[in-house]
Design a protein around this ligand. Structure first.
Ligand code: NDP
Length: 254
C-alpha cells in the first residue's frame, strides 16, 4: 500500500514537532532505566532483554519497508541501507550483550514507549527510502552533503562505541556499581556516547538530505540531551572528585 506523498510528509512533520514539544517534559522527567531505574513505573523486565526487544523494531521495520518498497534500489540507496544496518545490528544484537548490568531490570513501560518510538523512526525512514526516493542518482555520491554526512556518521560511530567500551571496562561481570569514566572524549564530557550518537544521526540526516532523517535526528537530540544533563548532574552529586572541567555533552560549551 502506497501512502500519498503529501500525507506522509505531514505525518513526518507532526512526528518531528511532537518530539520538540516533548523536550521540556524530558528536561524535567528522566526516563527510569539504567541508573534511574525504579519500580514506580510498574512491572520490570531484564535489562538486556529489554534493550534487545525495544531496539529490534528499528532493524526489522526499517528493513521491511526499505526492501518491500517499490523504488528500484541503486548503489546510493544500498549505502543508506548499509549504514542503518551498521548501527542497528550493533545496537540490537551486540550492545545489549556487551553491557554488564548485574541482573538489573528496567520498566516494561519504558520498553513499550521505546518500541513505539523505534517503530515510528524505522517506518518513516524505511518507507521514505524504499518508496519515495527517485532523486538519488549516482552523482549523489560526490555531493558535499553526502561526503560530509558519511564522515560525521563514522566519527559519531567511533565516539559512541569507544565510549561504550570505556564504560563496560569499568565493571567486572556481576557488578552493577558506577565509577568515574576516564579516557577518550570523557576528558571533555560526561556523556560522549550520547554525543557520538547525536553526531551519527546528524550525519545520516545530512547524507540522506531527507525529512525523515532530520526527524530521527531531532528525536535523538530530544532523548539524549536532557538525559546527558541528568547524568552530568548525577555524576557531580555522586562523586566529590568528579572532574570540574567536564561538560555534559558538548565539549567546552554544554
Ligand atoms: P548509559 O551511558 O547510561 O549506559 C551505557 C552502559 O554503561 C549501561 O550498561 C550502563 O549500566 C553502563 N554505565 C553507564 N555509566 C557507567 C558508569 N559510570 N560506571 C559503570 N557503568 C556505567 O547509556 P544508555 O543506557 O542511556 O544508552 C545506551 C546507548 O543507547 C547509548 O549509546 C545511547 O547513545 C543509545 N541511545 C540512543 C537513543 C536514541 O534516541 N537514538 C536513546 C537512548 C539511548 P546501567 O544500565 O547499569 O546504568
Amino acid at each position: 500500500m502506497l501512502i500519498d506523498h503529501s500525507l506522509f510528509t505531514q505525518v513526518v512533520w507532526i512526528w518531528m514537532i511532537s518530539g520538540l514539544v516533548l523536550l521540556p517534559v524530558l528536561l524535567n522527567i528522566t526516563a527510569p532505566y539504567g541508573r534511574y531505574t525504579n519500580s514506580k513505573w510498574g512491572p520490570l523486565l531484564d535489562n538486556k532483554l529489554g534493550w534487545f526487544v525495544m531496539e529490534s523494531p528499528t532493524l526489522l521495520v526499517f528493513s521491511y519497508f526499505f526492501l518491500s518498497g517499490s523504488v528500484t534500489k541503486n548503489i546510493v540507496l544500498w549505502i543508506f541501507f548499509g549504514l542503518w544496518l551498521f548501527h542497528y545490528v550493533y545496537r540490537v544484537l551486540i550492545f545489549p550483550f556487551r553491557t554488564k548490568t548485574g541482573g538489573k531490570k528496567m520498566p516494561v513501560l519504558i520498553v513499550l514507549f521505546a518500541i513505539c518510538f523505534n517503530f515510528m523512526n524505522g517506518w518513516i525512514n524505511g518507507y521514505f527510502l524504499g518508496s519515495f526516493t527517485m532523486t538519488y542518482d549516482i552523482t549523489w555520491l560526490y555531493d558535499p552533503r553526502f561526503i560530509l554526512g558519511v564522515l560525521l556518521f563514522f566519527i559519531g560511530v567511533y565516539i559512541n562505541r569507544r565510549s561504550d567500551t570505556i564504560l563496560f571496562a569499568l565493571r567486572r561481570s556481576g557488578d552493577k556499581g558506577y565509577k568515574i569514566p576516564y579516557g577518550g572524549m570523557y576528558k571533555y564530557v560526561s556523556c560522549p556516547n550520547y554525543m557520538g550518537e547525536m553526531i551519527e544521526w546528524g550525519g545520516f540526516a545530512l547524507l540522506t538530505w531527507s525529512l525523515p532523517g532530520l526527524a530521527f535526528f531531532v528525536w535523538t537530540v530530544v532523548n539524549l540531551l536532557p538525559r546527558a544533563f541528568s547524568n552530568h548532574k548525577w555524576y557531580r552529586a555522586t562523586f566529590a572528585d568528579y572532574p570540574k572541567e567536564r561538560k555534559a555533552v558538548v565539549p567546552f560549551i554544554l
